[in-house]
Design a protein around this ligand. Structure first.
Ligand code: AMP
Length: 213
């Protein structure tokens, strides 16, 4: 089974996915951003350097790199997969569908641009595993500056700077939003969830359980 968590950067996809995983051990998350951050940790590597250039500017990494990494990982997974951050372009969506990876559930987590900008201002992320927290008390780590999950240091992400967030929202509108039309053209339904508060978590769980029946 393949589930897509879709939505603007900063819409809260990662948070909702990590909550769902606390109750569902039969799913494996595939966060493309986290996967790429892992690869770019090696600064001497050519691929690592190329990734840093795109990611720090809030631009998308080219499709050929992404498709190779992600479609292979989906096919190899022994568990159900939840995709966070894929597909983000028409090229990625068509490659995925033509490789026979057909999503069973597509959830669009919706928030307004202003909410995204506000969330980016208060977000801190684990430099090791990518888990995110906030500095406004909404999702605080147990120990200040330390990740609850892996003990890594919590830092501000470069791509959470306001000008970069604005660029990422423009990239989303131009390149990612049209992916929903491709899915609709293939007869796939989109479940839209307003992601303003915790009630979205229960709605997400219900949508997943319904898709599994
Ligand atoms: P995220 O953590 O999902 O917000 O992703 C962080 C950055 O990784 C994005 O701004 C892009 O530079 C890159 N990235 C993540 N997913 C993709 C994708 N599917 N296609 C291209 N670039 C991506």
């Amino acid at each position: 089974m393949v589930i897509i968590a879709f939505g603007k950067p900063g819409a809260g996809k990662g948070t909702r996915v990590s909550e769902l995983l606390q109750t569902r051990g039969d799913f494996s998350p595939l966060s493309v951003g986290n996967l790429l951050r892992e690869v770019r940790k090696n600064p001497t590597d050519d691929l690592g350097k190329a990734l840093a250039k795109y990611m720090d500017a809030g631009e998308l990494v080219p499709d050929d790199i992404i498709n190779k990494i992600v479609i292979g990982a989906i096919k190899q997974s022994q568990k159900h997969v939840i995709l966070d951050g894929f597909p983000r372009t028409i090229g990625q969506a068509t490659a995925m569908l033509s490789e026979g990876v057909i999503p069973d559930l597509i959830v669009e987590f919706y928030v307004e641009d202003e909410v995204v900008l506000q969330r980016a201002k208060v977000r801190i992320a684990c430099s090791e595993c990518g888990e995110t927290y906030t500095t406004d008390g909404f999702k605080q780590p147990r120990n200040e500056g330390v990740c609850d999950l892996c003990g890594g240091a919590l830092v501000r992400r470069k791509d959470d700077e306001e000008s970069i967030v604005r660029n990422r929202l423009t990239v989303y509108k131009e390149q990612t939003q049209p992916v929903l039309d491709i899915f609709r053209e293939h007869g796939l339904n989109i479940t839209k969830i307003l992601n303003h508060d915790r009630s979205a978590a229960a709605e997400f769980t219900r949508a997943v359980e319904k898709a599994m029946r």
